[in-house]
Design a protein around this ligand. Structure first.
Ligand SMILES: [Zn+2]
Length: 436
């Protein structure tokens, strides 16, 4: 079921499982000079069940007691001839591979967009229902609410459909600006990525269609004391941009690991608003003098990796079924019924004219983000974190400290080198194609 459909032009073979993680390379080249770039965007609210839900992030057994602001699935879609790159960002702590695949696979079936050109990312808000399962009631009760996950998938699918059918001829502007004032690193060594990156799409009459903002910081202004459902500062960021007619606003995080957190005076909605508006204003500033970009082609390179889960707590959670029974069954099948699960994850490199985007399936430490982005060649570049999976923290092996918080929320020490190898291979493919 997993690999029935393949993107056009992709020489894709179902991998034989190997106990040693073997990367599977998938590449497709998208190049069409004839038709204009088209962009579509949409925002769809996620229906929330009426009952109290376990909230994700911080500590387990935190129940919701109401809703402060709605949760969303928001999509921006770029299309050049029949080739399309889709980014859908959902308000939750993160989605596991198989849940993102359900959405990507369904869209491939319905709209013919290759699943490998679709990225489902999460804002990582710490005030949304648990979509992973480890924040329920210890030790046995999963926090993952099947109805909420189902509603989230429905909203994601609908936002992609609407973006696809509403797409129109568009021009793009790219912006980049540094914002230090609202960001801090709470884990030494202090290394941040304070770059805020922006893409704005405008139609033929120069009316804004959509604005995408990328910034490397946890949406956790509200802290563990909050029990109202919210997308944290992302809510205020998007609200400000839309009130100022910047287009449908989509927010995604970058390298938020180790440990990129908001610099605030208190854990209040007022502070979340201040942070969100600061970032929104910076996004608008970043676009003020930016020219329209020439987008000759869209290229997407995707590689699947198999990652070894060595975190004892996660292995236990897997066997207890905390990630959900369906995820357990799929992971068990994927791991050839071994006790130690292997986790599939996709990494992608996307090129849109002068912009290169790396998508990473978890919470990347910024030191790794800086090193990997230094290998890219475009003047504009950024990382989308928590993309098509949430593997937890992705930690440089030299910094690995047994028992430290981030390590307890990481699938293992071998994750970063494995992903690095895949990413360098994607960059090599992009560079070799450029020479052709
Ligand atoms: Zn986190």
């Amino acid at each position: 079921m997993l690999f029935q459909l393949t993107p056009p032009g992709v020489n894709f073979v179902k991998p034989k499982f190997c106990p040693f993680p073997v990367a599977l390379i998938l590449t497709y080249l998208l190049f069409t000079p004839l038709q204009a770039l088209e962009v579509g965007a949409a925002a769809v609210k996620i229906d929330l069940p009426n009952n109290s839900l376990y909230l994700a992030g911080f500590s387990p057994n935190r129940r919701s007691r109401g809703v402060h602001d709605p949760l969303w699935a928001r999509t921006i879609l770029f299309s050049k001839n029949e080739y399309t790159f889709v980014l859908c960002v959902v308000d939750c702590i993160g989605l596991l591979h198989f849940d993102t695949w359900d959405i990507r696979f369904q869209i491939e079936k319905e709209l013919g967009i290759p699943a490998y050109g679709i990225v489902i990312a999460s804002t990582h808000t710490h005030s949304a229902p648990d979509t992973i399962g480890i924040w329920g009631k210890p030790p046995w009760k999963s926090g993952k609410n099947p109805l909420f996950v189902q509603n989230l998938k429905k909203a994601a699918l609908q936002s992609i459909r609407l973006a696809f059918y509403n797409r129109k001829k568009a021009k793009l502007k790219f912006g980049q600006v540094s914002v230090d004032s609202v960001l801090k690193d709470s884990r030494p060594p202090v290394i941040t990525d304070s770059t805020l990156s922006t893409i704005q799409a405008l139609d033929q009459q120069r009316r804004p269609i959509a604005i995408l903002v990328n910034y490397s910081m946890h949406p956790e202004v509200l802290s563990s004391k909050n029990t109202l459902i919210s997308s944290d500062y992302a809510h205020y960021l998007r609200e400000y941009l839309e009130k100022n007619n910047a287009g449908i606003a989509i927010f995604c995080v970058g390298s938020i690991g180790g440990m990129q957190t908001p610099r605030v005076k208190s854990s209040t909605f007022q502070e979340a608003k201040r942070v969100g508006r600061t970032l929104a204003k910076a996004a608008l500033t970043s676009l003020e003098k930016s020219p329209f970009q020439k987008i000759h082609s869209i290229r997407i390179f995707t590689q699947r990796v198999h990652l070894f889960m060595s975190n004892f707590q996660f292995i236990l959670a897997y066997h207890l079924g905390l990630f959900g029974q369906s995820t357990k069954q799929k992971l068990r099948k994927y791991s050839q019924k071994t006790w130690l699960p292997y986790v599939p994850a996709d990494v992608s490199l996307i090129r849109l004219g002068n912009l290169q985007i790396l998508t990473i399936p978890g919470e990347l430490f910024p030191e790794l983000g800086h090193a990997w982005m230094a290998k890219l060649t475009s003047p504009h570049r950024f990382i989308i974190g928590l993309a098509n999976n949430e593997l937890g923290y992705i930690i440089p092996p030299k910094q690995w400290t047994f028992g430290a918080y981030e390590e307890t929320m990481s699938i293992g020490i071998r994750t970063a080198p494995k992903l690095e190898k895949a990413i360098f291979s994607l960059i090599q493919q992009l560079n070799s194609q450029k020479k052709e």
